[in-house]
Design a protein. Structure first.
Lengths: 184, 671
């Protein structure tokens, strides 16, 4: 067992774990933060991405013991004061997730991008997220979601908008009923 | 909770001589061991499960798995379709033949059809094997309470899975509860408990504690299904005025070790005289499973490349040629319309004839292809509770693969009650909820939404009956909209939803309902266009644009419906350009069981994709999970042909194949 102190999602935590454990395993198994996913544990899919000292890393390739004294941000740390991060809002509103298994990795990696480049170009978005695989969506919505979050995100971004109090404002329902309007 | 690990055969074909669990049993932390096979059994593919172990940590389970001693007697293996079809040579099994007669159909008069033909094309076409690669691997957590099992499974069918557990474990299905709150993709590979699910349950029983058993990426490639290969030697005729006259196809393919490989052929177009004979070939590789529109991408590719070759023979535009030979316009057959409309939207008039005349190494081309699918609804059941505080819960034993089923349940119920979506709590993904089928065949939306609609209407009727006396009207005079219950034609006479529900009293409204005919239907059609750029010096294909014209009946939720289409198109781009399960010819081992050498499209590989959904409310709900993934690859391959003038008759369009086809074309072609 090794013991380290690190900052996870802005809170100092002590963790004791076997020395061979990866950061991914420490987060999921020892710190009970299961938002970070494992898709390959070989550094190939990006599902396990987290921010280490603000930089995106593949947590399946980082040893837990190397994280003493460092700062980790996982998807659980994106929302604050009960409000979703703008990227979480736009991913949900624009359909940038289907099963959602890849989403935590995309979200934290996109957050790092917006922190560094508040107004990224499409090429910058592509380069930043090219290590994250999604098997469900068409990626196009992921581009759109990141672009939609531009201007709302940032390290100390403005107050987040709250659009999800009524989901019908986002998804126009209309099955079977009169006056069905499916246009967006 | 402890962790399970499976010991798998390293050989593609072998006889198990002995299994010795004793060293593993004594290993630290081990709580249970299991021999899944026994001495004398035959393993038929690399990754065939043989034994398993459960230990208190994942690492200890892995260590103990290495201590399980299995002795094998290696047997010769079959690693390709061609090898399997040889009369002499290795056999995939010591007891079963390498081939089996598959689909067979004959219509019309083949000889007469070929006599009417002015041109005949005779070629062999093929598609390769790809695996599902769900981002979340297969697996489960199993917990026993006496003889009752609760299994949290990554599955596309909770009820189907429960049935599978009951059968395999010899317990009543009523003793099994399967839960799938969320899951990370299935694409057809996650219906049954599978070996890993059953092993997990058995280990949990033996250990007396819950067991978690999730597969790793390599196991996932080897043992959780794939799309079978498809080959066809086709002779087809066309008349001088561009009418298809005859189709004679001999096809084969492999679904791996003992699994079939059928697909529709010819696909979609009307060959009045046709014959098709299929042979299933067995090889020593993991078995196929349903994969997003099973059979259709294969049949579509084999037919659509042929279609472009035939169109060239009669010097017709591919769109015009297809319109001439597609089934006539009908609600479930919109191809003729989509070809014409799509061509206009896509700028098809700018397409050059086969072979981009532009100088330089980058050649541009356009291609087109069409597809069909069923997507019908079937018996689903649901339950709705309305509480006196106005809260509503809708329960249905369906599951959400990421396709948005939960969203659909909430939307349909909310609209029926005239409530915002947030006013309804959808509960799905549990066998404690009313029966609904597995999510396959694009049937979920068409099965679940009618059941939710019917059940919600039943509940609303019950609520109207409670409210009517207070408003001094009869129940049939009431309507629910905008968060209110009111008298039709006099909306000021009414109550808020909350106040109306207060009249329910102590016993909540609690009703069941089920799928009814009339709210859904079957049969979708789609046409896709692709524009590509091919570098004829490197063979690299870059897709510039895709246009997908698609119908799915009534669109319940545009966002999730479009997402299915986008995702389907990208999955097909993967099929066309990237994914390929490669087996070593000599050892029968998969050489790329990962996500690196098994190529997958990422953010940088995606073209501009335009989805045009044709809303047809009068048809009711039809599923859309599968159709958009059928024809993209064929449209891309036809675009590559249009760009380079070289016909690549087999997928994937990897650079070396593109270069070889261009070389062959320069050397005089294959015609
Ligand atoms: S789990 Fe770390 S990259 Fe796939
Ligand atoms: S949404 Fe399923 S993998 Fe991305």
């Amino acid at each position: 067992m090794v013991q380290i102190t690190l900052t996870v999602n802005a809170e100092p935590v002590d963790a004791a774990f076997a020395p061979y454990k990866t950061l991914l395993e420490v987060l999921r198994e020892d710190l009970n933060l299961c938002g970070t996913k494992h898709g390959c544990e070989l550094g190939e899919c990006g599902a396990c991405a987290v921010l280490l000292d603000g930089q995106p890393v593949l947590s399946c390739l980082v040893l837990g013991v190397d994280c003493g004294g460092r700062t980790v941000t996982t998807v659980e740390g994106l929302a604050s004061d009960g409000r979703l991060h703008p990227l979480q809002e736009t991913f949900a509103d624009l359909g940038a997730a289907q099963c959602g298994y890849c989403t935590p990795g995309f979200l934290v990696t996109a957050k790092a991008l917006l922190d560094e480049h508040p107004r990224p170009t499409r090429d910058q978005i592509r380069d930043a997220l090219s290590g994250n695989l999604c098997r469900c969506t068409g990626y196009q919505q992921i581009y759109e979601a990141v672009e939609a979050a531009i201007g709302q995100a940032g390290p100390k971004g403005p107050a987040l908008r709250d659009t999800r109090t009524d989901a019908s404002s986002v998804r126009r329902p209309g099955p079977f009923g009169p006056g069905t309007d499916q246009s967006r | 909770m402890i962790y399970g690990k499976i010991v798998r055969s390293p050989y593609p074909h072998a006889k198990v001589v002995s299994i010795d669990l004793s060293a593993a049993e004594k290993a630290p932390g081990v709580k249970a061991t299991l021999a899944y096979m026994k001495a004398g059994d035959e393993v038929h593919y690399q990754g065939d499960p043989v034994a398993a172990v459960a230990a208190d940590t994942e690492e200890r389970a892995r260590d103990a798995a290495r201590l399980i001693r299995v002795r094998y007697e290696a047997l010769p293996q079959v690693s390709s379709e061609a090898q399997g079809m040889q009369l002499i040579g290795p056999r995939w099994s010591t007891t079963q033949p390498n081939t089996r007669a598959g689909q067979r159909a004959e219509t019309g008069d083949l000889d007469a059809g070929f006599k009417q033909a002015a041109h005949i094309v005779e070629q062999t076409y093929s598609t390769h094997i790809i695996t599902h690669v769900c981002l979340e691997t297969h697996g489960a957590v199993c917990e026993w309470d006496g003889d009752k099992l609760t299994a949290w499974v990554s599955t596309q069918g909770v009820h189907q899975c429960a049935q599978g557990y009951a059968q395999a474990l010899g317990i009543p299905q009523t003793n099994v509860r399967v839960i799938t709150q969320y899951m990370g993709g299935g694409f057809g590979s996650k219906f049954a408990p599978d070996s890993q699910g059953i092993i997990c349950a058995k280990l949990a029983k033996a250990a007396g504690v819950p067991v978690k058993l999730m597969l790793d990426r390599k196991e996932e490639h080897l043992d959780t299904g794939n799309r079978p290969s498809a080959f066809a030697k086709i002779k087809a005729g066309v008349s001088s005025d561009g009418k298809l006259t005859a189709f004679d196809g001999t096809s084969w393919g492999t679904g791996g070790a003992g699994a079939s490989s059928g697909f529709p052929l010819p696909y979609l177009y009307q060959f009045p005289n046709r014959k098709r004979v299929h042979t299933d070939v067995y090889i020593n590789a993991g078995q196929q499973r349903a994969m997003r529109a099973p059979g259709h991408p294969q049949g579509c590719f084999l037919t659509e490349i042929l279609m472009d070759e035939l169109a060239d023979r009669v010097k017709m535009d591919p769109v015009e040629f297809r319109i001439k030979n597609a089934p006539p316009l009908a609600p479930n057959a919109q191809w003729v319309k989509y070809f014409a409309e799509g061509a206009k939207r896509f700028g098809w008039d700018k397409r050059h004839a086969t072979g981009d005349p532009t100088p330089g190494p980058i050649k541009t081309g356009m291609g087109v292809s069409a597809h069909l699918w069923g997507g019908a609804g079937r018996g689903s059941t649901a339950h709705v509770d309305i509480m006196s505080d106005g809260s509503v819960v809708v329960k249905c034993g369906t599951q959400d693969l990421g396709t948005g089923t939960r969203t659909l349940v909430a939307i349909v119920a909310a609209e029926t009650f005239g409530l915002p979506v947030s006013g309804v709590k959808p509960e799905i993904g549990d066998t404690l909820y009313p029966f609904s089928g597995g999510s396959g065949g694009s049937t979920t939306a068409a099965s679940v939404t009618p059941a939710i609609r019917v059940t919600s209407l039943n509940a609303l009727d019950a609520l109207f009956a409670k409210v009517a006396p207070t408003l001094g009207v009869t129940p049939d005079q009431l309507a629910a909209e905008g968060g209110r219950i009111f008298v039709k034609g006099n909306s000021s006479k009414g109550l808020s939803w909350k106040d109306a529900c207060k009249l329910i009293g102590t016993e909540p409204i609690s009703v069941d309902g089920k799928w009814e005919d009339g709210l859904s239907s079957s049969g979708t059609s789609g046409v896709q266009f692709a524009e590509v750029e091919v570098d004829i010096e490197t063979g690299i294909v870059r897709i510039k644009r895709i246009l997908a014209m698609q119908d799915c009946g009534l669109i319940v939720d545009k966002l999730t419906a479009e997402s299915q289409a986008y995702g389907g198109v990208v999955a097909a781009i993967n099929f066309a350009l990237f994914e390929d399960r490669i087996l070593d010819r000599v050892t029968g081992q998969m050489v790329n069981p990962n996500m690196e050498w098994y190529l997958l499209a990422g953010m940088s590989d995606i073209p501009k994709i335009d989805i045009v959904l044709n809303n047809m409310p009068e048809r009711g709900v039809i599923g859309i999970g599968e159709p958009p993934t059928v024809s993209t690859a064929s449209a891309i391959a036809n675009a590559v042909r249009n760009a380079t003038g070289a016909t690549i008759r087999s997928l994937p369009l990897h650079p070396h194949k593109v270069l070889a086809a261009i070389e062959q074309e320069r050397a005089g072609g294959t015609n």
